[in-house]
Design a protein around this ligand. Structure first.
Ligand SMILES: NC(=O)c1ccc[n+]([C@@H]2O[C@H](COP(=O)([O-])OP(=O)(O)OC[C@H]3O[C@@H](n4cnc5c(N)ncnc54)[C@H](O)[C@@H]3O)[C@@H](O)[C@H]2O)c1
Ligand SMILES: O=C(O)[C@H]1O[C@H](OP(=O)(O)OP(=O)(O)OC[C@H]2O[C@@H](n3ccc(=O)[nH]c3=O)[C@H](O)[C@@H]2O)[C@H](O)[C@@H](O)[C@@H]1O
Length: 346
C-alpha cells in the first residue's frame, strides 16, 4: 500500500489494513456506514455531523464529554433513528462497532486547552491511542483533526506540510501543540505497524456559527464585542497574522480527505492572511463602525504569522475554500445576534 508523507515521499506499509466488519460483506445486511464523530458536540464537529446526516446511508454516533461542546449544537438530531449521542470521555476506551472515525475530541481554544493542560495532553495522547485501538479492532478508517499549531511559531511562510515546525516543548501552549504532534506520530505508527487506514488534516483557524460566544478565540471575541458595543481587544502587537476558514469549507475538506486515498497530513485552511488589526478593522466596518479598538497584552508563545500552503489539498483532494472572510463574518454575526438576543441596529 503506497502512502504519502509530509515530505512528499512514498512509503510502503507491509501490513494490509485490518479487515472491516464481516457485516460489510453480508449479502442480506442492509448496513449503513456507521460513523463515529468524537467531539461532535463542538463547533466543527456539529457542522460535520449536519453534513454527514444529509446522507441517508450514514448512521452517526457522537461521543463527547461536553467540556466545550453542547447538546444544543446537536438538538435537531437527538431522537433521529440514524443518530446516537454518547456522553463519553475519549481518555477512556470506547467499545462500539463503526466503519469510520472522525476524531475531533479536544478543547481547541487556547483559554480552554490551557485551563487543564494535563487533561489536554491526556486527551490528545490517551484519547488518540484509544481511538486508534478502536480503529484497529473494528477495521475502521480514522481521521485526526490536527492543527496548524504543529508548526508552532513558524520560520517558513506560508507553511507547507513538509515543514517540521518551530514548537516550544515546555511552554503554556505545548499541551496542545505537542499533544497534537504526538497524536500525529501515533497515527503514523499505527498505520505502519498495524496497517490502520489513517487520514490527518492540519486545520488552520476556522470560524463560523455555533462557536462558543465566550470561546476566547479572536473571531468570536471580536464579533461578540462588536455586537455588545465593547472595545475590540487586539492583543499586542496586532501585526501577528492568521488565515481564517469558514466552517462549511472546512467540513467539505474533512469529508474529501476521509473519502480520498491520501493519508495526509494535508493542510486545510483558507490562505487569505490578515493581521489582527486588519481583522478588527474589518469587523468594525461590517458590524459596528462606532466600536473602539483597544490594544491589550498578549499571551506567551503566540505565533507571529500563519498561512497555509494548500497546494496539496488542491491537487490531492480537489479542494479549496470558497467563502471569503467578508462573506463569512456576516453569517456568524447573524448567529451571534440570535443567541445574544441583540437585533441589528437600524
Ligand atoms: N476551530 C479551529 O480553528 C481549529 C483549528 C485547528 C484544529 N482544530 C481541531 O478541530 C477539533 C474541533 O475543534 P473545535 O473548534 O470544534 O473545538 P470545540 O472546543 O468546539 O470542540 C471540541 C469538542 O471536543 C469535546 N471534547 C474535549 N475533550 C474531550 C474528551 N476528553 N472526550 C470527549 N470529548 C471531548 C468538547 O466537549 C467539544 O465538543 C479539535 O480537535 C481541534 O484541535 C480546530
Ligand atoms: O488554527 C489553529 O491551528 C489553531 O488556531 C487557534 O489558535 P490561535 O491562532 O492562537 O487562535 P486565537 O486565540 O483565535 O488567536 C488568534 C490571534 O488573535 C489574537 N487575539 C485573540 C483574542 C483577542 O481577543 N484578541 C486578539 O488579538 C491572538 O493574540 C492571536 O494572535 C485555535 O484556538 C486552535 O484551536 C487551533 O488549533
Amino acid at each position: 500500500m503506497a502512502t504519502d508523507t509530509a515530505n512528499g515521499e512514498h512509503q510502503t506499509t507491509t501490513k494490509p489494513p485490518p479487515l472491516p466488519s464481516p457485516l460489510r460483506f453480508s449479502k442480506f445486511f442492509q448496513s449503513n456506514m456507521r460513523i463515529l464523530v468524537t467531539g461532535g458536540a463542538g463547533f466543527i464537529g456539529s457542522h460535520l455531523v449536519d453534513k454527514l446526516m444529509e446522507n441517508e446511508k450514514n448512521e452517526v454516533i457522537v461521543a463527547d464529554n461536553y467540556f466545550t461542546g453542547s447538546k444544543d449544537n446537536l438538538k435537531k438530531w437527538i431522537g433521529h433513528p440514524r443518530f446516537e449521542l454518547i456522553r463519553h470521555d475519549v481518555t477512556e476506551p470506547l467499545l462500539i462497532e463503526v466503519d469510520q472515525i472522525y476524531h475531533l475530541a479536544c478543547p481547541a481554544s487556547p483559554i480552554f486547552y490551557k485551563y487543564n493542560p494535563v487533561k489536554t495532553i491526556k486527551t490528545n495522547v490517551i484519547g488518540t491511542l484509544n481511538m486508534l485501538g478502536l480503529a484497529k479492532r473494528v477495521g475502521a478508517r480514522i481521521l485526526l483533526t490536527s492543527t496548524s499549531e504543529v508548526y508552532g511559531d513558524p520560520l517558513v511562510h506560508p507553511q507547507p506540510e513538509s515543514y517540521w515546525g518551530n514548537v516550544n516543548p515546555i511552554g503554556v501552549r505545548s499541551c496542545y501543540d505537542e499533544g497534537k504532534r504526538v497524536a500525529e506520530t501515533l497515527m503514523f505508527d499505527y498505520h505502519r505497524q498495524h496497517g490502520i487506514e489513517i487520514r490527518i488534516a492540519r486545520i488552520f483557524n476556522t470560524y463560523g456559527p455555533r462557536m462558543n460566544i465566550d470561546d476566547g478565540r479572536v473571531v468570536s471575541n471580536f464579533i461578540a464585542q462588536a455586537i455588545r458595543d465593547e472595545p475590540l481587544t487586539v492583543q499586542h502587537p496586532g501585526t501577528q497574522t492568521r488565515s481564517f476558514c469558514y466552517v462549511s469549507d472546512m467540513v467539505d475538506g474533512l469529508i474529501r480527505l476521509m473519502e480520498g486515498e491520501n493519508t495526509g497530513p494535508i493542510n486545510i485552511g483558507n490562505p487569505g492572511e490578515f493581521t489582527m488589526l486588519e481583522l478588527a478593522e474589518t469587523v468594525k466596518e461590517l458590524i459596528n463602525p462606532e466600536v473602539e479598538i483597544k490594544m491589550v497584552d498578549n499571551t506567551p508563545d503566540d505565533p507571529r504569522q500563519r498561512k497555509p500552503d494548500i497546494t496539496k489539498a488542491k491537487e490531492l483532494l480537489g479542494w479549496e475554500p470558497k467563502i471569503k472572510l467578508r462573506d463569512g463574518l456576516p453569517l456568524m454575526e447573524d448567529d451571534f445576534r440570535h443567541r445574544l438576543g441583540v437585533a441589528t441596529k437600524k
